[in-house]
Design a protein around this ligand. Structure first.
Ligand SMILES: Nc1ncnc2c1ncn2[C@@H]1O[C@H](COP(=O)(O)OP(=O)(O)OP(=O)(O)O)[C@@H](O)[C@H]1O
Length: 316
């Protein structure tokens, strides 16, 4: 069993009476890439700030790399690299000079610092640009330089807050794969916050879904679906033409049917407790409509995305 690197127990942060993070319990293991996923305002940044010792929990405990960030923020800072969504560099200095500056701030000897900086520039694909002023770097280059920067102190854990913000699709893909390679090659634990389910899912071993300060589910995609849709396990797509209002109402009244949704392409999507396909087919045909297609499908990424990230029906 792998060692736990980050442990959050009943962690809560209140601002006034408002709970930005509500009773969060979560464990992240060494070498894992964990995605902290949730729509804006879900409490991701607040959780990260508590892990870094930059804000104090109202209640509950945090341990990161063997330390309590509230009591010993410096010990955590030595072992944890943090990449905010917009990294600040000295724009008049070159990429390499920025990394050397970080080396000095972290008490790394010049010789070691230079070797490390050159190796990291190469790792993040910036060796050709190391001598250019950081101010001339594109958003994607800045993010890669930011990654090299947090790796200078050889952290055990890196925490990335919305690292793909503002990158184009190709930049997003390259950056995510770079994180994945670094984690695999160097055994670094990665915590990545994002509100892009599709992105997070590409590289994370596990994700935790946050909504309104609470962790609704965690695990890989199949586990998330199982937790989120436990009480409505069957999804049926029906292509019925025409699907009159009256038919939709009749379908919604069927005992196993929890909800009926009319999709943009005109098809119906029915969430059911049990497989109601025979009853759906019967009602459709009795209504005089043509039944073009009826199939059951598994809950997956799209359903999770639709419900929790597109302002769908959020049940907290
Ligand atoms: N210093 C603060 N004072 C009062 N409320 C705050 C403070 N910081 C955060 N909040 C509130 O706490 C909630 C969670 O914010 P947080 O920034 O952690 O969310 P997030 O998931 O990181 O979202 P985003 O992606 O928008 O940053 C929000 O409703 C926010 O307005």
């Amino acid at each position: 069993m792998a060692e736990d690197v980050i442990t959050l127990s009943a962690l809560t942060k209140e601002y006034g009476g408002f709970k930005a993070v509500d009773n969060l319990t979560l464990t992240i293991r060494r070498g894992e890439i964990f995605g902290l996923l949730g729509p804006n305002g879900a409490g991701k940044s607040t959780t990260i700030l508590m892990m870094l010792g930059l804000t104090e929990p109202t209640s509950g405990t945090v341990r990161v790399a063997g330390h309590d960030p509230t009591r010993d923020p410096l010990a955590v800072k030595r072992k944890v690299g943090y990449l905010p969504d917009d990294v600040g560099f000295y724009d008049d200095m070159s990429g390499l000079e920025n990394l050397l500056y970080t080396a000095r701030l972290n008490g790394i000897p010049d010789e070691t610092g230079k070797e490390r900086a050159l190796r990291l520039l190469e790792r993040v694909g910036l060796s050709e640009h190391g001598h250019k002023r950081a101010g001339t770097f594109s958003r994607g280059m800045r993010q890669r330089l930011g990654l090299a920067d947090v790796l200078m102190k050889q952290p055990e854990v890196i925490i990335l807050d919305e690292p793909t913000l503002g990158l184009d699709p190709e930049g997003v893909r390259d950056f995510l794969h770079l994180i994945q390679r670094l984690s695999r090659d160097e055994g670094i634990t990665v915590l990545l916050s994002s509100h892009h389910l599709h992105q997070v899912q590409q590289i994370c071993d596990r994700v935790g879904l946050f909504v309104a300060g609470r962790l609704l589910a965690e695990g890989n995609l199949a586990q998330l679906s199982a937790q989120l849709f436990a009480d409505e396990p069957i999804l049926i797509e029906a292509d019925v033409r025409p699907a009159s209002e009256e038919l939709v109402e009749q379908l919604a009244r069927l005992e196993p049917v929890i909800r009926v949704e009319r999709r943009q392409d005109g098809t119906l999507l029915l969430s059911c407790r049990t497989d109601a396909a025979p009853e759906i087919a019967r009602l459709a045909v009795e209504s005089g409509a043509a039944l073009h297609r009826l199939n059951t499908k598994a809950y997956g990424l799209d359903e999770i995305y639709h419900r929790y990230f597109e302002g769908g029906d959020v049940r907290v």
